[in-house]
Design a protein around this ligand. Structure first.
Ligand SMILES: Nc1ncnc2c1ncn2[C@@H]1O[C@H](COP(=O)(O)OP(=O)(O)OP(=O)(O)O)[C@@H](O)[C@H]1O
Length: 219
């Protein structure tokens, strides 16, 4: 494996304390590199979202360690880690272009740098020609693709996608996951996808499962 993008050792996160404590993630040791194409499945509440938030540096471990050896600053910012949040919808008053551009603009990018990044991301997900559309004029699949484009626009080096195909039917979900893997290939970015559903095995080199906060490797 090339230099790890993120590395954990006995990582754990517990919400709350005492009698009401919930151990969401525990004992997770894993390494994600640029060539990683991994999917983590698990039932609702298994700890997938908490794990992704830990890997993105959004949550702090309550035990164990995590580091991002390839990145400076560490934990890395949103331009280095593309996070597709489970409930991260589009802003309904902005068209697709502005939705995808927003994180770039907030990060201080301007002008043609933003335009080129948005065009590139829309092309990656197959939404070229939809830039001027309002979210209400998109299908459910196109909305999911636009959310993906927003995460891909900064050309992140690590992509963490939390149920990116949620609520899509199986063929649409498979199309979206295929695009996501090809986008990771195009960006030479590591990829971890969390999903409650079974994902097409051929897309992912590594299949993991979350069971009661513990990471189990299928292969
Ligand atoms: N903010 C919180 N406070 C307390 N408990 C939480 C909090 N967030 C999550 N949990 C609990 O932590 C456990 C793991 O939740 P998590 O959301 O990580 O699982 P998940 O596999 O992503 O589930 P889902 O697919 O439903 O999002 C669950 O028992 C959940 O109820």
């Amino acid at each position: 494996m090339t230099a790890p993008l993120v590395r954990t050792d006995e990582l754990a996160h517990t919400y709350g304390s005492g009698l009401t404590a919930v151990v969401a993630v525990h004992g997770v040791s894993c390494v994600i590199g640029a060539e990683t194409r991994a999917v983590v499945t698990g039932r609702a509440g298994a700890g997938k979202t908490t794990l992704l938030h830990l890997l993105a540096g959004m949550k702090k471990p309550t035990a164990g360690t995590i580091d991002w050896p390839a990145f400076e600053p560490s934990p890395p910012g949103p331009d280095l880690i593309g996070l597709v949040l489970q409930d991260g919808g589009l802003l309904r008053d902005l068209d697709v272009r502005l939705n995808v551009a927003l994180p770039l603009v907030l990060a201080g990018r301007t002008g043609t740098a933003v335009r080129d990044a948005v065009d590139g991301a829309l092309e990656l997900v197959g939404l070229t020609g939809f830039a001027k559309k309002a979210p209400r004029d998109l299908t459910g699949e196109q909305i999911r693709l636009a959310i993906l484009a927003r995460a891909l626009a900064p050309a992140p080096k690590l992509i963490l996608a939390d149920d990116p195909a949620g609520w899509l039917d199986r063929p649409a979900a498979e199309r979206l996951l295929g695009r996501l893997v090809r986008a990771a290939d195009g960006l030479a970015a590591g990829l971890l996808v969390a999903t409650a559903e079974q994902a097409p095995a051929e897309l992912f080199g590594e299949r993991w499962a979350m069971v009661d906060g513990k990471l189990v490797r299928d292969r």
